[in-house]
Design a protein around this ligand. Structure first.
Ligand SMILES: NC(=O)c1ccc[n+]([C@@H]2O[C@H](COP(=O)([O-])OP(=O)(O)OC[C@H]3O[C@@H](n4cnc5c(N)ncnc54)[C@H](O)[C@@H]3O)[C@@H](O)[C@H]2O)c1
Length: 313
């Protein structure tokens, strides 16, 4: 099993789960092998290759002996994609074309690809069905949408291709600077350290949050089963719309229940950010019906575990 971007937030959780399921796991990532993120995987038994998906020979070296690929490596920041679209396209477009080339010329049986809810742009026809994508608002979103098309059209008959459009994934180990559900670790860390959390706008804007453990569970399920499922594109979310105000209130409740004597600071409301979409929520019937999988972790449970994780330091 080759996991690209295995040292990232979702990648680290996935690699740990795959190793626990007795998969042999190779990782390719630009994170140095001496970095603690890589070291944590090496110590668990992953074959770690410090390399770049823009370089086909590196993929060939990392992927030796692998029959399945989970392709997570990407330039993942929307603002960075606007500042430097060339770099975004080199990593996301050319890197993914290399994965396709590698898959077509090796004995790869399945490719699972991390796409994004960003491909829905400002479409607010919620719950969002897979066919509504395309109004991309950034080079990042455009590159993910193009990746989907490339994977579905260029990959030969085998391997099978499962494209997963992740909504807002949250969980332990998420970088507060990351562009997705980073609002969750950011709120938790600010409140724990006595700083005011900032809400842009009135807090009524909503998102569809999914626990990283559910995402990892789905990918593992697809790798172990679904040999007869056709190539396709699937929303990966919980189909639960949560406003930022509701999210903050869940976080405050969880922190208050820990009995750590943490004083909840005032909430800092600032002007709405331009381009912020008002509501986002996925229709997940396709993934549920196709794979017989459904998310298990409620946002309240996920937040509670994350607060405990953050308090442990
Ligand atoms: N986290 C979310 O909520 C979310 C939502 C939608 C889509 N996604 C997608 O899921 C995937 C994983 O996201 P994440 O949150 O774990 O992101 P992340 O930024 O934590 O992980 C991405 C990993 O890819 C690696 N990488 C970047 N460029 C590379 C290159 N050229 N060659 C090899 N490795 C490279 C990075 O070093 C990093 O370890 C990404 O493709 C992302 O676009 C994530």
């Amino acid at each position: 099993m080759l996991v690209t971007g295995g040292a990232g937030f979702i990648g680290r959780s996935l690699v740990k789960e795959l190793l626990a399921n007795n998969f042999t796991v190779s990782v390719i990532d630009t994170v140095s092998s001496s970095d603690k993120k890589a070291q944590s995987l090496i110590q668990l038994g992953a074959h770690y290759y410090n390399g770049d998906i823009r370089d086909l020979p590196s993929i060939e070296q990392a992927g030796e002996g692998c029959s399945h690929i989970v392709h997570l490596a990407a330039q993942t920041s929307v603002p960075a994609s606007i500042e430097n679209p060339k770099l975004n396209d080199e990593v996301n477009l050319n890197g993914t074309l290399n994965i396709i080339k590698y898959s077509n010329s090796n004995n790869i049986k399945k490719v699972v690809f991390a796409s994004s809810a960003a491909v829905y742009g400002n479409c607010e026809d919620v719950p969002l069905v897979e066919e509504s994508a395309g109004s991309c608002l950034s080079p990042y979103a455009e590159s993910k949408f193009q990746n989907e098309k490339d994977l579905l059209s260029l990959i030969s008959k085998e391997p099978r291709v499962h494209i997963l459009r992740f909504f807002n994934v949250y969980g332990p180990g998420q970088d507060t600077n990351s562009s997705y559900a980073a609002v969750i670790p950011s709120f938790i860390q600010r409140i724990i350290s006595g700083q005011s959390p900032t809400i842009f706008g009135d807090g009524s804007q909503s998102r569809d949050f999914i626990a990283v453990s559910d995402v990892v569970d789905l990918i593992t399920h697809i790798l172990l089963n679904s040999n007869n499922t056709k190539n396709g594109v699937y929303n990966v979310a919980t189909q639960t719309e949560t406003s930022i105000n509701e999210l903050l209130s869940l976080i405050i409740t969880s922190i208050s229940q820990t009995d750590n004597g943490i004083k909840i600071p005032e909430i800092n409301y600032q002007g709405k950010r331009s381009g912020d979409i008002t509501s986002s929520c996925a229709d997940i019937s396709k993934v549920v019906n196709s794979f017989g999988w459904s998310p298990k972790v409620s946002l309240a449970q996920g937040i509670k575990s994350l607060v405990e994780f953050e308090l442990r330091g």
